[in-house]
Design a protein around this ligand. Structure first.
Ligand code: PNS
Length: 162
């Protein structure tokens, strides 16, 4: 079975993430979305909330599973019997850091990284940007699934205008 891991913080999942997950699901028998549990960085959503949103928005993909992990990504890959990581590249500026991680991960455990160019529709998107726009009442409906938009809007209602 050819299995790949799509790792990330997913705080929260955006349409850019979903595009990569969906495309990966057509290339591999199984795709495991790995949500990092980062004890040193608290996000807007808890890991359980991120997983819940991810499971709902990937429900139409039969071969996608969502799990959390802590510690090294390569250890998670080993536990999941996956030897390939899929990473989306939005721009050339993403590449330097991604290359470092890819080289570290192959050196640590022989885990390969495949880079997938982000759909140009989403090349400017990030979870942080979406949270900032939502915080100030901007329209994020083109950037995240409906469920995520509703969660963001209920959590980040904009302050009253002066
Ligand atoms: O969505 P993000 O925050 O850009 O995802 C980053 C992630 C989770 C892929 C990266 O931080 C990671 O792999 N963390 C796990 C710890 C680890 O394995 N570190 C060594 C990487 S070479």
């Amino acid at each position: 079975m050819r299995r790949a891991v799509c790792p990330g913080s997913f705080d929260p999942v955006t349409n850019g993430h979903l595009d990569i997950i969906g495309r990966a699901s057509r290339l591999f028998d199984e795709v495991i979305v790995g949500v990092l549990v980062n004890q040193s960085k608290s996000g807007l959503f808890t890991v359980e909330e991120r997983i819940d949103m991810l499971r709902e928005v990937t429900a139409s993909y039969d071969n996608v599973r969502v799990e959390s992990f802590r510690g090294l990504l390569v250890d998670f890959c080993r536990a999941q019997q996956a030897s390939v990581l899929i990473k989306g590249l939005r721009a050339v500026s993403d590449f330097d850091y991604e290359l470092q991680m890819a080289q570290m991960n192959i050196g640590l455990a022989g885990v390969e990284t495949l880079f997938m160019p982000t759909n140009p529709l989403y090349s400017f998107l990030s979870s942080s940007l979406v949270k900032d726009v939502a915080k100030w009442g901007g329209d994020i409906s083109a950037h995240v699934p409906d469920r995520v938009r509703a969660e963001l809007q209920s959590r980040l209602s904009p302050p009253p205008r002066p």
